[in-house]
Design a protein. Structure first.
Length: 523
C-alpha cells in the first residue's frame, strides 16, 4: 500500500532547510517550524519510534555523570529493598543548563520542559559483567562482541505489534556508526538460527537513498516481475527435494530468501515525501570514527545522520534508528589507543578524568541533545511531538568505574506515547549491597579533587528488566518476546563466582524481571 504525504507548496520549500543539512555540514538554515507541518498527513496514532544511541567504556565519575543525589526525595520498597526518585530539573547558569556536569547543554535546548520529557536512570546492571561487550548494550552479552539474543531494535523491526503495517516503511531499522550493536537471527524469527551482528553504515547519503525515493513524474514505471517469483521454484526444489543439502546450507538458503523478500518489498514501496533532498556532502564511508582526524568530524557525521533519521520518521519511511559511537573518543587529538589509556586512568588521574567527562559532555550535547531537540520540534499532528511518541536511549557499557556493569547509566527521552513516566532521576540501586573490592578498584576523583572513593559500586535491578521495559513501552507484548520462565528479555546469565554473582542479584530481583518497575510505570 502506498502512503503519500500531501504538503502545501510553502512547506515543500521549507523541507530542504528544515530537515536536511546544507553544504559542508553547516547548521540548519532555519529552525523547525512545527505549525507549518500540521497540514501534512500525520502518522498513525499508534506509531511509536525507537532510537538507541551507544558509547563504550563509560568510566566517568559519579560526580560528573549523575545528577545530585539530594534530588532523590521520594522512596518506595521494591524487590526487597528501597528505591529512590526525584524530579529531573536543570539548573541554569548564564546560557548553560545542567542536570550534571556531563548532562549539560545550551539552555535554549535543555529547558525545564524538555527535562520533563527525560529520565536519568541508575541501577540496571549486568550480573555476568558487560565489560567490552557491544552485544550487551541492547541485548544479552556473550564474549567480547557477541549477543545471546537479538537486540531489541531487531525484535521491534520484526514485530507485527510494532510494525502493524509496512506500507510506507523503506527500512525497518536504520543502523549508523562506528560498530554494530545490533544483532539478529540469521533467519529473522527463526530462534534456532545463529545470532549474528547486523552491518552498519557510516555514509548518511547512502542512508538517505535507502529511506527516500524521489517522486516520479510522467508515465508510470513498468510493473516489475517480482524477484522472488523468478527464483522461488529453484528455492523450493533445493529446500524440499535435494537430499544432499545440509542443515546448515538449508539455513543459509532460508536466510538468503528472507533478505531477498525484504529487498523486493522495499523496491515496491513508494512514498512521496515532497521535495526533501539528500545531504549535500557525504559522510566518508571509509572514515573510521576510532581514528577520526578530529572530534568535529565525528560530531558532524552524527548531526547529518540525525537530520536524515528525523526526516525519515516524519515521513513515515522508518521508525527505528541505532547510532553507535562505540570506541569513538569524541576528543580531538586522540586515537582509540590513547583514548583507551585515558579512560583506564580516569579513576586515578584528575587530568585523565577531565578529558573523559568533558568528552562525554560534548557527545551528550552534540549528538544526543541534537537528536532529541530535533524530534521534539516536529509536530506529530496529534497534539504532541515526535519525541512524545519516541523512546530515545543513550546506553553505555559500564558503571562509573571502567568496565564495571553493576549500574550502567541510562539517559532516556520520550514517554513512548505515555507508556513511561518521565521527568525523573531514578536510582534503582540497592544501597545495602556493595562490591567488597571497590575500595581497591574504584578511586574516582570527586570534583573537589579530594581523591579517594567517590561512591561504592552497588547492584540493583537486572538489565533484562530494562530491555523488557523498553519493548513493552513500544507496544510489544510480553508473550511475544519472553522466552525464559523468570520473565524479562532474554536469558538471565549470572556469573557463578567473582564480583558478579547471585548474592548481588537475589531472587526477589529476578522475580520482578518481567515488570515495568515503579517510577517508570505510569501512575
Amino acid at each position: 500500500m502506498e502512503r503519500r504525504t500531501s504538503m502545501p507548496s510553502h512547506i515543500l520549500t521549507l523541507n530542504r532547510r528544515m530537515f536536511l543539512r546544507g553544504v559542508g555540514g553547516a547548521t540548519l538554515a532555519l529552525p523547525f517550524l512545527p505549525s507549518l507541518l500540521r497540514d501534512a498527513e500525520a502518522a498513525a496514532p499508534s506509531d511509536k519510534f525507537f532510537v538507541g544511541i551507544s558509547t563504550s567504556h563509560g568510566g566517568a565519575g559519579y560526580d560528573y555523570m549523575n545528577p545530585d543525589a539530594a534530588l532523590l526525595t521520594e522512596r518506595a520498597n521494591y524487590a526487597g529493598y528501597e528505591i529512590r526518585r526525584g524530579a529531573l530539573v536543570p539548573t541554569v547558569s548564564g546560557t548553560r543548563a545542567s542536570l550534571s556536569p556531563i548532562l549539560t547543554a545550551d539552555a535554549s535546548k535543555l529547558t525545564p520542559a524538555l527535562a520533563a520529557k527525560m529520565n536519568f536512570i541508575l541501577g540496571f546492571g549486568g550480573p555476568s559483567g558487560y565489560s567490552h561487550n557491544v552485544g550487551g548494550l541492547f541485548s544479552i552479552p556473550t564474549g567480547l562482541k557477541d549477543a545471546l539474543a537479538p537486540s531489541i531494535d531487531q525484535v521491534l523491526a520484526n514485530s507485527p505489534e510494532f510494525y502493524s503495517s509496512l506500507g510506507s516503511i523503506r527500512k525497518r531499522s536504520i543502523l549508523f556508526g562506528s560498530k554494530s550493536v545490533s544483532f539478529d537471527h540469521a533467519v529473522p524469527g527463526d530462534r534456532s538460527s545463529a545470532i549474528q551482528s547486523i552491518p552498519v553504515t557510516r555514509d548518511s547519503r547512502a542512508v538517505f537513498g535507502e529511506v527516500f525515493v524521489p517522486k516520479t513524474t510522467g508515465a508510470p514505471a513498468p510493473t516489475r516481475t517480482p524477484v522472488v517469483d523468478r527464483v522461488i521454484e529453484s528455492y523450493r526444489r533445493l529446500r524440499d527435494g535435494d537430499a544432499r543439502l545440509s542443515g546448515a546450507d538449508r539455513q543459509r538458503l532460508e536466510a538468503h530468501m528472507q533478505r531477498l523478500s525484504e529487498l523486493q518489498r522495499k523496491i515496491n514501496t513508494v512514498v512521496d515525501c515532497g521535495s526533501i533532498t539528500q545531504p549535500a556532502r557525504a559522510t566518508d564511508p571509509d572514515m573510521s570514527f576510532q581514528y577520526a582526524p578530529s572530534a568535529e568530524a565525528a560530531f558532524d557525521a552524527f548531526e547529518i545522520f540525525n537530520d536524515v533519521v528525523v526526516a525519515a520518521f516524519a515521513c513515515g519511511t522508518s521508525r527505528i534508528a541505532m547510532l553507535s559511537g562505540y570506541d569513538c573518543p569524541f576528543a580531538t587529538g586522540y586515537d582509540m589507543d590513547t583514548w583507551h589509556t585515558l579512560v583506564h586512568n580516569a579513576g586515578n588521574d584528575p587530568a585523565s578524568q577531565d578529558h573523559v567527562w568533558s568528552s562525554y559532555q560534548r557527545f551528550f550535547e552534540r549528538v544526543y541533545m541534537d537528536f532529541v531537540t530535533k524530534l521534539d520540534a516536529v509536530d506529530d499532528g496529534q497534539g504532541g511531538t515526535l519525541l512524545d511518541r519516541s523512546l530515545v536511549v543513550w546506553a553505555q557499557e559500564c558503571d562509573g568505574s571502567t568496565h564495571d556493569s553493576y549500574s550502567m547509566p541510562l539517559v532516556v527521552a520520550g514517554s513512548a506515547a505515555g507508556a513511561l513516566r518521565t521527568g525523573s532521576f531514578i536510582d534503582y540501586r540497592n544501597m545495602s549491597i556493595r562490591d567488597p573490592n571497590d575500595a581497591v578498584r574504584m578511586r574516582l576523583f570527586s570534583k573537589d579533587r579530594s581523591g579517594g572513593v567517590s561512591e561504592p559500586l552497588h547492584p540493583g535491578l537486572v538489565n533484562n528488566q530494562w530491555l523488557g521495559t523498553a519493548l513493552q513501552a513500544m507496544g510489544v507484548s510480553r508473550d511475544s518476546y519472553e522466552t525464559e520462565a523468570q520473565g524479562g528479555y532474554g536469558p538471565l546469565v549470572v556469573a557463578s563466582n567473582g564480583m558478579y554473582n547471585s548474592s548481588k542479584w537475589p531472587k526477589a530481583v529476578c522475580d520482578v524481571m518481567g515488570e515495568i518497575p515503579p517510577f517508570l510505570r505510569p501512575a
